[in-house]
Design a protein around this ligand. Structure first.
Ligand SMILES: C[S@@+](CC[C@H](N)C(=O)[O-])C[C@H]1O[C@@H](n2cnc3c(N)ncnc32)[C@H](O)[C@@H]1O
Length: 392
């Protein structure tokens, strides 16, 4: 016999074998495995599995109408209607049921509802499928002491090659808008290609030096005027390298860093310009979303955590750029949030485009170890001073 659920019910009138047959005839219209009623010593038992409740309701309505208009029924339709109604009422008291193709399921439902084998199903769905089958090593390596807590002046592509594999916990950076290339030539596409080739070569090194479970958070302002969606292009690059997209933070600067008068086609759908008051931070994880670390070394407060996991951060742009002598700094508050949210105290934080050292200064303040690389000696000197300076 199929798996049935049963409920016991009583009825306050005599039920003949004929009435019971008619009840079971109606129930036989239900989907397989068909429900049925049997008498027992205390009354009746309704056995059921899957019910078409609307069909049951229609049966009851039809029997009630038949009862009203039929004169020679000898009460069969009325009694059948009342039994079906009792069954319907008893069944309606059962709160937990599932619905499949419009039919209510009473058996096996809990098994389905608890999502059996959730892990297996997730695997089938293939969470971050694009990052599976990576060949990242899980073994971390120590960062040599001569590279620890250092500001290094040089081209990141070269300097990063001197760092061991799997030695960095968090990279936070903001790439340059260009690599000294001038964009006044006619050959912009080519220039952009060169730009991305160089940037991606540096990012390949970044991925190599990240530990398994390490993160890279890249602050990007797309060059909207050139219609280059760099945030998407950079994300596509990391995805192609089997890095897991951990998320995206929208850094709302609340300032119009664009010309108010640059409307494109003024008051015309022909070609209006869109304006942006925000930048993006794209975050990727190497190999796993979960980072190994001692809970005692998490320094984020409950309030900070609650506020910062909401991925729209309203933070004013850096106001002291003139003072620091750098035109494209991000504010310390931004670095502080990224570092506290994505790394533990004592972790190693790297910025391969360190500028005047916002990342390294904040990392130091927050008890992280750090490495900052920039191609400009002038910026590196400021970053170095900043580590001790009162400017911070
Ligand atoms: C957007 S700025 C970063 C500013 C930094 N976040 C700060 O707050 O000071 C990008 C930096 O990348 C540096 N840079 C450009 N090309 C580089 C390269 N090949 N290697 C290392 N640094 C480079 C530039 O000198 C510039 O300071």
């Amino acid at each position: 016999m199929a798996d049935y659920k049963s409920i016991h019910f009583t009825i306050d009138f005599e039920v003949s074998g004929k009435v019971l047959d008619v009840v079971n005839d109606y129930l036989a219209q239900q989907p397989e495995p068909r429900p049925f009623v049997e008498p027992n010593s205390a009354g009746y038992v309704f056995y059921f599995h899957t019910l078409d409740i609307r069909l049951l309701q229609r049966n009851i309505e039809a029997l009630t109408a038949q009862d009203l208009f039929s004169s020679n029924d000898s009460g069969t339709s009325s009694k059948t209607g009342q039994i079906l109604k009792t069954i319907y009422e008893e069944v309606s008291k059962i709160g937990s049921y599932g619905v499949k193709s419009g039919k209510r399921q009473y058996v096996d439902f809990n098994i389905e509802r608890k999502v059996q084998n959730r892990k297996g199903k997730e695997k089938n769905r293939s969470q971050y499928y694009y990052a599976q089958d990576n060949d990242f090593s899980e073994t971390s390596n120590p960062l040599p002491s001569e590279m620890t807590n250092r500001i290094v002046c040089g081209d990141s592509l070269e300097v990063l090659k001197t760092l061991p594999d799997n030695s960095i916990d968090l990279i936070f950076t903001s790439p340059p808008y260009n690599f000294g290339l001038e964009y006044d030539s006619q050959d912009d596409a080519h220039k952009w290609e060169l730009y991305f080739n160089k940037l991606f070569a540096i990012f390949d090194e970044c991925i190599r030096v990240l530990k398994f479970g390490g993160r890279i958070a890249v602050n990007i302002q797309p060059l909207f005027s050139d219609y280059i969606p760099s945030h998407h292009m950079i994300s596509n690059f990391f995805i192609s390298r089997r890095m897991i997209w951990k998320g995206e933070i929208l850094w709302e600067k609340n300032n119009y860093n664009c010309k108010y008068t640059a409307w494109g086609s003024w008051k015309s759908p022909s070609n209006p310009y869109l304006k942006y008051t925000w930048e993006f931070i794209e975050i990727f994880a190497k190999g796993t979303l979960k980072k190994v670390g001692d809970a005692q070394n998490a320094d984020i407060t409950p309030e900070e955590f609650k506020e910062w996991v909401v991925a729209k951060w309203s933070i004013a742009p850096e106001r002291k750029m003139k003072e620091f002598g750098h035109p494209a700094m991000f504010p310390e508050k931004l670095a502080e949030r990224v570092i506290k949210l994505f790394s533990f105290v004592g972790d190693v934080v790297l910025d391969p485009f360190n500028g005047v050292g916002t990342t390294t200064a904040v990392a130091q303040k927050l008890g992280r170890r750090f490495v900052g690389i920039d191609i400009s000696q002038e910026y590196c000197d400021i970053a170095q001073k900043r580590l001790k300076s009162t400017l911070f």
